[in-house]
Design a protein around this ligand. Structure first.
Ligand SMILES: NC(=O)c1ccc[n+]([C@@H]2O[C@H](COP(=O)([O-])OP(=O)(O)OC[C@H]3O[C@@H](n4cnc5c(N)ncnc54)[C@H](OP(=O)(O)O)[C@@H]3O)[C@@H](O)[C@H]2O)c1
Length: 248
């Protein structure tokens, strides 16, 4: 599995942030990458390796998109990164619409893509990684339904593994729970909101969080995960600036 050159990799939510780092890392590891997002973006030629990145403009939450792109590309690796940037405010200042935004995006996207993965089904040996969040473990009091939505993504990933095993599909599903990072749009607005809420500067708030998770570290960690023998994988991992740590 160290050679990813034959493994078409779809990264859903790849135009910026962690997804961009993940798409770039897979291409640099030699994989042909399909980068899905709603807005157009350009990727430089991968610095190392022989991989490629092709973009697909699509709304990953559209129920017809997952089936179409899985049929078109038959990926051996599927990484679901896409999610909404939650409105950061205390509970009583949320509306139901702002509170439930991540259910309508992150959970919806995970539901459609994992469902189509099982229905098709993708080839034996396929690896599916879903980006949940550390908030799924700790909660996130300023972001409405975000933490619950990310916990549900982790549950759905485990449900998909159960269904794949029952059907003998030999597909591996893994949930990855990143720690907050100020290097993406989503993480930056969360860090700003929590610092203000706690009466801290952003620097003070971030200092207590340890080494910063970069999109490059996230990309390298996911490549490492796909290169790991499935027999040695945990169902879920926390991802920090220090790398991956197995969840029980
Ligand atoms: N950053 C953090 O601190 C942090 C911590 C824990 C977990 N996470 C999780 O990690 C993932 C990535 O976060 P991020 O910080 O990198 O976010 P980001 O910078 O806001 O990027 C989100 C990406 O998802 C894409 N996207 C969103 N909705 C989409 C849709 N309907 N269809 C296709 N693409 C869509 C966006 O592209 P377009 O807008 O162009 O479509 C963009 O490429 C999210 O699931 C987030 O919850 C992030």
């Amino acid at each position: 599995m160290s050679d990813l050159s034959g493994r078409t990799t779809i990264v859903v939510g790849a135009s910026r942030g962690l997804g961009r780092g993940i798409a770039t890392a897979f291409a640099e590891a030699g994989a042909p990458v399909i980068a899905v997002s709603r807005t157009a973006t350009e990727f430089p030629e991968p610095a190392n390796g022989s991989g490629t990145i092709r973009t697909e403009l699509a709304d990953a939450g559209d129920p017809s998109v997952a089936g179409r792109l899985l049929d078109d590309h038959e990926p051996q690796t599927l990484v679901l990164v896409a999610g909404a940037n939650p409105h950061m405010r205390p509970l009583q200042q949320h509306t139901w619409e702002t509170f439930s935004a991540n259910w309508q995006s992150d959970v919806r996207i995970t539901f459609h893509w994992l469902r189509e993965t099982l229905l098709k089904p993708l080839h034996p040996g396929t690896r599916v990684i879903v980006l949940s969040s550390g908030a799924a473990l700790a909660g996130s009091p300023l972001s409405g339904g975000y933490a619950g939505a990310k916990a549900t993504q982790r549950f759905i990933t485990a449900y998909a593994q159960e269904e794949a095993d029952r059907a003998g599909l030999d597909i591996t599903f893994t949930a990855v729970l990143p720690r907050m990072t100020p290097l993406t749009d989503l993480g930056r607005s969360a860090a700003r909101a929590y610092a203000a809420y706690n009466g801290q500067t952003q620097e003070e708030y971030l200092q207590q969080m340890g080494p910063v998770l970069t999109p490059e570290i996230a990309g390298g960690a996911l490549v490492e995960l796909v290169r790991t023998d499935p027999a040695g994988l945990a169902p879920g991992y926390v991802l920090t600036g220090g790398g991956l740590k197995k969840l029980p």
